[in-house]
Design a protein around this ligand. Structure first.
Ligand code: GLN
Length: 489
């Protein structure tokens, strides 16, 4: 029986002849079939994946593994372009659109030897926190199928949680990788803005969007990041900073006696926002376990300091003003003319055709955000909302620089509550938005952040700890995370 723990262990098994890529593909495609009720995948590329697995097995038989992700079974959130494959952003608006090119991240995965197993369900255009906004139905949390997976990358999170693939790529504009990772008890890594190329990622809010990684082990996340990060001539916002050997810093978590390369005994200066841990929306059990964990960190010799962060109340409004503004512009390209859904209503003029196509094609949440974004950008309101929000973003960046002059990392819960029941928040969009209070900050200021699956709630659901470091300090983030994972309760 195929058994997966990490990419490294899988590669060792491949090299020892204990498994093959074909066996891995057969295992995961069967697992996906058996778990179809979770609704994590919108499409599975079974034949294609098997073909590729055979090629990879043949290559390995004559020598080396093809690349660092040889045979690694990866799922892609349905917002990441994969040439020749359907790409819909879980929206009816895109119809049966086929990608005409690979996203840079997809190309890099393939070059590294990965096998793409399928396209994963998500909130429509990555807008949401529960995966209930998908045109193709919600994704169920495998830990309790009456609860949401989180969103917007719900399918990608549940696919890793339920062993339907080894790792997934999602996108994180305001928490869409970290929040579902928290709800599903896995790792969710959002790199710094500009660390991974956005070329081929369907745009939601371009100054916030980043491709992120779901995995079961930190080492896997670090290795995938190493592969997909780096400069790209197709994305002018991507950084020229060199990609570090992120996977080398990971202290091996499982029964592995490997040398601990990067001095795991380093003591960190950690901070948390007092307002975050005292926030009235924070679940009491999450609060208690997080604070108890901070005590444990102190006993380990780290410093954990509560700092004031009075801007916390402004992060969610600022995020929603700016992201809806960007979304209203980004989504204006879906007009039903060049591709995607076009109304069948006949004998109408061009403007009516646009209106009818967009009204029919977009779901309720996407329409809400386009309207909101158009409103905050409109004459007469622009300065009161958009300009103001830009100023707050600037202030947040300044304060963040100040914090990282004194501290190595900021810790917080990832989400104020564990995974909620399906349908519980669908009638209250504001409450849904407020659940993003701890995650949107990292996107507003562009810093890297990770959710680590450290805790189990008294109700039995998993939840995580969020760790944030300064921009482009993914190395520090992973190094610290390795130590934090060791202290799992
Ligand atoms: N929940 C947030 C939103 O709805 C984050 C989404 C995301 O990161 N794509 O905007």
């Amino acid at each position: 029986m195929f058994d997966y723990t990490s990419i490294k262990a899988f590669h060792t098994a491949l090299q020892n002849g204990q498994t093959t890529c074909v066996e891995a593909v057969l295992f995961y495609t069967q697992s996906i079939r058996e778990n179809a009720h979770l609704n994590a995948f919108l499409e599975v590329y079974e034949t294609e994946a098997l073909e590729r697995a055979k090629e990879l097995d043949a290559a390995a038989a004559i020598g080396q593994l093809v690349g660092p992700l040889h045979g690694v079974i990866v799922g892609l959130k349905d917002v990441i372009a994969h040439k020749g494959h359907t790409l819909t952003a879980s929206s009816r608006m895109l119809g049966n659109f086929q990608s005409v090119y690979h996203a840079t991240a997809t190309q890099k995965l393939l070059d590294a030897g990965a096998i793409i197993i399928g396209r994963q369900n998500c909130d429509e255009f990555a807008m949401g926190s529960s995966n209930e906004n998908s045109a193709f139905g919600p994704v169920l949390n495998a830990a309790d199928t009456t609860r949401v997976s989180g969103g917007s990358s719900g399918g990608s999170a549940v696919a890793v949680q339920a062993n339907l693939c080894m790792v997934s790529l999602g996108s994180d504009t305001g928490g869409s990788v970290r929040q579902p990772a928290d709800f599903c008890g896995i790792i969710g890594l959002k790199p710094s803005y500009g660390r991974v190329s956005r070329y081929g990622l369907i745009a939601y809010a371009s100054s916030f969007d980043q491709i992120g990684i779901f995995s079961k082990t930190l080492e896997d996340a670090a290795l995938v990041l190493e592969v997909i990060a780096g400069p790209d001539e197709y994305d002018s916002t991507v950084s020229q900073e060199s990609v570090m050997p992120y996977s080398k810093v990971v202290v091996n978590q499982a029964n592995d006696t490997e040398e601990k390369t990067a001095g795991p005994s380093k003591k960190f200066k950690l901070a948390y926002f007092k307002e975050a841990l005292e926030h009235p929306s924070l679940d009491k059990n999450i609060q208690a376990q997080t604070l108890a964990y901070f005590e444990k960190l102190k006993q380990e010799g780290h410093t954990v300091t509560a700092i004031d962060f009075s801007l916390l109340e402004y992060v969610v409004p600022t995020y929603y003003v700016l992201t809806t503004a960007e979304a209203s512009s980004n989504l204006s390209r879906y007009d039903g003319v060049r591709y995607g859904h076009r109304t069948t209503t006949s004998a109408i003029d061009l403007t009516e055709m646009y209106k009818a196509s967009r009204s029919e094609g977009f779901g309720e949440e996407v329409k809400r955000r386009i309207l909101l974004g158009t409103f905050v950008l409109s004459e007469g309101f622009f300065d009161a909302y958009f300009t103001k929000a830009q100023q707050v973003r600037q202030l947040l960046k300044q304060q963040t620089d100040g914090i990282f002059r004194d501290f190595d990392a900021i810790l917080s819960p990832t989400v104020p509550s564990p995974a909620f029941k399906i349908g519980e928040k669908t009638n209250d969009p504001i409450e849904m938005f407020l659940g993003d209070i701890y995650t949107v900050y990292a996107n507003l200021v562009g810093i890297p952040a990770i959710s680590l699956p450290l805790f189990t709630h008294t109700n039995g659901m998993p939840f995580g700890l969020q760790v944030m470091t300064r921009s482009f300090d993914e190395m520090g983030l992973i190094h610290l995370s390795a130590q934090l994972m060791e202290l799992r309760s």
